[in-house]
Design a protein. Sequence first.
Length: 186
Amino acid sequence: MKSPYFFLIKPKGGEYNNEIDIAGEKIIINSTVENHSHVNRFAEVIQCPYTYKGNIKPGDTLVVHHNIFRIYYDMRGRPRKSPNYFKNGIYFIDAYQFYLYHDCEQWNSVGEYCFVKPIEKENSYLYEEGAEDHTGIIKYSNNTLDKLGVKKGDKVNFTKDSEYEFEINNEKLYRMRAIDICTVLN
């Protein structure tokens, strides 16, 4: 089975990541489908479209949009799989619904997207904790930023509300577009 335009994928693990392990016991931390933060965002590529000319291949891992595996309720209150669901745990997605891929060696950004690691506030008071506003370190660059000389490890400022949080390799990262990077601070 191969599509002319869509990637065929399956979730890595379940559709939701809502369990943690405490002292060897699995604990459910979220039992609702409304909260997008516990939806799985990792998929395995089963098949690439036959029109695709990029580097992604079957077996690679994709970081996908949170609605790909999300369950929702229809007008009658019945739970439904996402519109991307095909059958037997297989989903169709297009090239605009994923942002990063792992080719068994390294993570690579896709298209206009890059990933920035937030940095902790340097001179914070006791009551003021958290990340610096609109500031981070480029973790995964893209071709647009590379051509501009912005590279992995550069400290950057980004536009307000452009960050979208992901957890990759147990690290909080913000997904954003290249155009959201305002200044390089190094």
